[in-house]
Design a protein around this ligand. Structure first.
Ligand SMILES: NC(=O)c1ccc[n+]([C@@H]2O[C@H](COP(=O)([O-])OP(=O)(O)OC[C@H]3O[C@@H](n4cnc5c(N)ncnc54)[C@H](O)[C@@H]3O)[C@@H](O)[C@H]2O)c1
Length: 375
């Protein structure tokens, strides 16, 4: 994303968009992101039609609906945003089937995570996206956040060397083994695993080898992983952490260099090249050109970067989708392949007993000529 933000009304052309879902998260974080994207919101749909009416008034859409089929037929949107929740009967993700309907109606889809509750469902979305030639972007906000994008650019520098290991901490509880077949019991885990798993798989690709230990009182777990590059990683799901604690810590280690992100906004880059003789160094300070670099926001100015819409990556994930729709070039982040890698990890947690080690299936490639944006 460019550092300078264009406001919605400054775009010469905007994308004809509809929205399914008028709930809590979308009110806080997705509709407001449209202020900074080329979105022309033409309709809002929610099964609770009063909420659909309220949101359409608040966010400037001329029409509202209680039924998405009716909306798709009447409005013929170029793109649809879907932010719904979970089916009370089955525990499945409501957005999965809605996304299929939108793709079949000829619309590109931006959908909030989780995109689905199984690998099979993600494969269905991939197939329908390929058949219809329409894009899907999944709202993996973490990998769009400025701090994480900085990590990606730092570890790509030759001086960093190949990534050797990575650590991600995130508070999450894994239910007991006998409940893991029940999607209702797994709802919290499914809802949150997308965040830390998006970071890991974006940095290192799909997990190849996986195992974990589990603590039954809090449901916390510590996993070890090996990736295709040979790099290794650990996911510390810190169930039992205090609600007042920052949620996340990410550390990526290269060769003689490492980068740490604390609390999603504080980035420290420990650059390579400093040397202090052991037992003889009187100062911990090193030369300026090899000293650690630290970035963190000031929280005083009325700058866009001080909005959670920006530092959590919401505007950026919406803009990435809009750029794909306008250019016809397939998205490269928040893709269904990213979601697939996450779902393989989710299923591994469901199916693998603590203490065991398993090899995860490699994601099947989709035929290039059938992929959206392919020739
Ligand atoms: N990325 C993030 O930071 C983040 C944060 C919170 C929630 N979320 C995700 O956002 C999603 C929504 O969470 P929420 O707390 O806003 O839920 P919510 O229950 O408040 O909102 C969901 C809305 O979808 C509507 N809906 C359901 N099925 C529908 C259908 N078939 N047609 C039209 N409308 C339908 C419901 O009536 C409801 O108004 C979840 O997937 C959650 O994981 C993401």
């Amino acid at each position: 994303m460019s550092d300078t933000v264009t406001f919605q009304f400054e775009y010469d052309e905007r994308i004809r968009c509809a929205f399914i879902g008028a709930g809590g998260h979308s009110y806080r974080n997705v509709y407001p992101a449209f202020q900074y994207a080329p979105v022309d919101l033409v309709a809002v749909c929610d099964v609770d039609v009063d909420r659909a009416a309220t949101y359409s008034r608040m966010f400037g859409a001329p029409n509202h609906y209680a039924d998405h089929h009716e909306m798709l037929a009447a409005e013929r949107p170029e793109a649809v945003f879907i932010v719904t929740a979970y089916d009370d009967d089955t525990g499945r993700v409501q957005a999965t089937g809605l996304a299929v309907d939108c793709l079949r109606a000829g619309a590109h889809v931006w959908m909030e995570k989780p995109a689905a509750a199984s690998v099979t469902e993600i494969e269905t979305l991939r197939r329908v996206s390929a058949e219809t030639g329409r894009f899907v972007v999944v709202g993996l906000k973490k990998i769009f956040s400025p701090a994480f994008e900085k990590v990606e650019s730092l570890i790509a520098k030759p001086e960093f060397g190949p990534v050797s290991s990575v650590y991600v901490r995130y508070p999450e509880s894994l239910p007991p083994p006998e409940q893991r077949n029940d999607l209702h019991a797994m709802r919290g885990f499914l809802d949150h695993i997308y965040h830390p798993a998006a970071i890991l798989t974006r940095l290192l690709g799909p997990v190849q080898r996986f195992g974990y230990e589990w603590e039954p009182q809090t449901g916390s777990s510590v996993a070890t992983m090996r990736f295709g590059s040979g790099a290794i990683g650990t996911l510390h799901l810190a169930g039992g952490a205090a609600h007042t604690s920052p949620l996340e810590r990410v550390e990526v280690v290269g060769r003689g260099a490492n980068v740490v992100v604390d609390n999603g906004v504080r980035v420290t880059y420990y650059r390579p090249g400093a040397h202090r003789e052991y037992g003889r160094s009187a100062s911990f300070l090193v030369d300026d050109d090899v000293a650690p670099l630290v970035w963190e926001p000031e929280f005083s100015l009325g700058q866009l970067y001080n909005k959670n819409l920006f530092y959590l990556g919401y505007v950026q994930e919406v803009l990435h989708f809009c750029t794909s729709v306008r250019s016809g070039v397939a998205p490269t982040k928040g893709t269904l392949e990213d979601a697939l890698a996450i779902m393989h990890l989710f299923e591994a947690y469901r199916q693998t007993p603590a203490g065991a080690t398993v090899t995860l299936p490699s994601p099947r490639p989709i035929t290039p000529e059938h992929a959206p944006g392919g020739s």
